[in-house]
Design a protein around this ligand. Structure first.
Ligand code: GLU
Length: 516
């Protein structure tokens, strides 16, 4: 059996959208499941759309997600440029494979499946404009090609002359007329398209001596022995052309199978999930933060505090499900259960709450030690004076209420800094004369508690309040207000145990002095 070989083939035209990462993930899962290879190829033949930094961004994103290519990227995270045993098809950047493609385009001309076209961009633009003014559109196809300037219409001598003298010509694929192309998609099933709806796409351009996407993509998939092409649905309209190209080259036997993934949709299901939706609704659509050349910042899952495992799990479920109730899967578990059969045909709606829920689930599964490390990684200076035991106790107190580690500080800041102010609404509500009178006795009692552990504190303090016939809520809420500065927070005894007796007494006397 041939080895399964799939590829992720992004174009370096800006930051990778999360839908692109999902494509990479599904390719990765599909390859790993069969012990196959996951290849990264950079499709950078369109120099006009090239955005510096995007290639590095792709590699860093895949790295962060833990979906590492087997081929195409070396150990240092660089695209491989020279063939070696592990990366036999290098270079993996199409711009560096430039010399390969012309021969294939010429081969198709020789076989009668492609032709030279000499129409200038201006001439074609004129035809487009004319068609537009007549409310139709210009298509270079079996009908129009017979009246255009190409090797099918011009005398052989002139073609020869133009080929050597001109530098603006292209090679176009000659789409056969009125034939039904029968295709299969692993997700969508059988598809048929009549060739008369297709146009004669440019395959190769003399001007920059570069292939277009279609030619480079087919030639490279063939040379790299790709067995399945898993890519976004936006490429489905190109599938008939790709089938015809395989046929024209005589490569049908080794033609890969195709699977087109449906789009990620906006939360309301109306249209494609875009960066603007993310900005508007407050969630990232990119794996990592991206700063464009104007200094504009786009949010990234990494910088917004998502764990990579959670992000991967979120992506896996945007368009696939295991058919069971289980929702939490590690990458290795996904490799086990993933199947293209269970990828849905319809678009997958993004749900921000669900995404946060996933992160929370992963947060809950982390050890306190891991969370202390993560907390210190973002609040190093703030936590500098506190040892791991203390920070750990703080984390344990609030971890269940957080979706993200970056929420920790605001949830337990009162354990690291004494309140300077007290929530006015709380003061109004709880700081009444009757409470003022008893607080000194409560403070003395707290001071007498030994050991100062939460169970003892809770039991004895409650007993003390009850025995004196005071209102439990009144006293406890006031104490919380004094210790936290706010009216809400964790249980008073839990807070007290962590702060320790000395700090608790100090905070109570500070508060009474301040509030009078
Ligand atoms: N370079 C194409 C893209 O940017 C790849 C499409 C394919 O996988 O065939 O999406």
């Amino acid at each position: 059996m041939t080895q399964r070989r799939v590829r992720f083939a992004p174009s370096p035209t800006g930051p990778l959208h999360m839908g692109g990462v999902r494509t990479a993930l599904y390719n990765y899962l599909y390859a790993k499941q069969a012990g196959g290879k996951f290849i990264l190829r950079i499709e950078d033949t369109d120099s006009q759309r090239f955005v510096p930094g995007s290639e590095e961004y792709v590699i860093e994103s895949l790295n962060w997600c833990g979906i590492l290519p087997d081929e195409g990227v070396d150990k240092d995270g660089n695209i491989v440029e020279t063939p070696c045993a592990e990366h036999p098809h290098a270079p993996y950047r199409q711009s560096q494979r430039k010399h390969i493609y012309r021969k294939y385009a010429e081969e198709l001309v020789a076989k009668g499946s492609a032709y030279y076209a000499f129409d200038t961009p201006e001439e074609l633009e004129k035809l487009r404009k004319e068609a537009e003014s007549e409310k139709s559109s210009f298509i270079y196809n079996y009908k129009s090609r017979t009246s255009l300037k190409n090797s099918l219409t011009l005398p052989a001598e002139e073609v020869k002359r133009r080929l050597s003298e001109e530098s603006g010509w292209t090679i176009r694929f000659q789409i056969p007329e009125n034939r039904v192309v029968k295709m299969n998609d692993l997700i969508r099933g059988d598809i048929e398209v009549n060739t008369s709806t297709l146009d004669d796409k440019v395959l190769w351009k003399r001007a920059d001596e570069l292939p277009t996407y279609h030619l480079a993509n087919i030639v490279d998939d063939h040379l790299m022995e790709i067995t399945e092409v898993i890519r976004g649905e936006e490429w489905l309209p190109s599938l008939p052309l790709h089938y015809l190209l395989y046929e024209a080259f005589g490569w049908e036997k080794s033609r890969p199978q195709f699977a087109h993934l449906s789009l990620l949709l906006k939360p309301d299901g109306k249209g494609k999930l875009s960066k603007r939706d993310g900005d508007r609704l407050g969630f990232p659509v990119f794996p990592l933060q991206w700063i464009n050349s104007d200094g504009e910042i786009s949010h990234g899952y990494r910088e917004d505090g998502y764990f990579p495992e959670a992000f991967v799990n979120i992506l896996a479920f945007l368009g696939w499900n295991p058919g069971t109730e289980q929702e939490i899967f590690t990458l290795d578990e996904l490799v086990e259960v993933f199947s293209l059969e269970r990828v849905v045909k319809s678009g997958a709606r993004f749900n921000h709450d669900k995404a946060k829920w996933y992160n929370q689930e992963y947060l809950r599964r982390k050890s306190t030690k891991e969370l202390v490390e993560a907390f210190r990684a973002i609040e190093g200076e703030y936590l500098a004076g506190f040892d791991d035991k203390y920070v750990g106790a703080a984390v344990e107190l609030i971890r269940d209420r957080a979706y993200f580690v970056h929420e920790f500080r605001s949830l337990c800041d009162f354990l690291f800094e004494a309140p300077e102010e007290y929530d006015p609404a709380g003061v109004n509500k709880f700081w009444k004369d009757e409470v003022k009178e008893i607080i000194p006795q409560v403070a003395d009692f707290i001071n007498s508690l030994e050991p100062f552990s939460k169970n003892i504190i809770e039991e004895k303090l409650e007993n003390f309040i009850k025995t004196n016939g005071w209102g439990m809520g009144k006293v406890m809420n006031t104490l919380r207000l004094f210790l936290v500065g706010r009216s809400s927070g964790p249980r008073v005894a839990d807070i007290m145990e962590i702060l320790g007796k000395k700090e608790v007494s100090q905070r109570i006397s500070n508060a009474t002095a301040r509030l009078g």
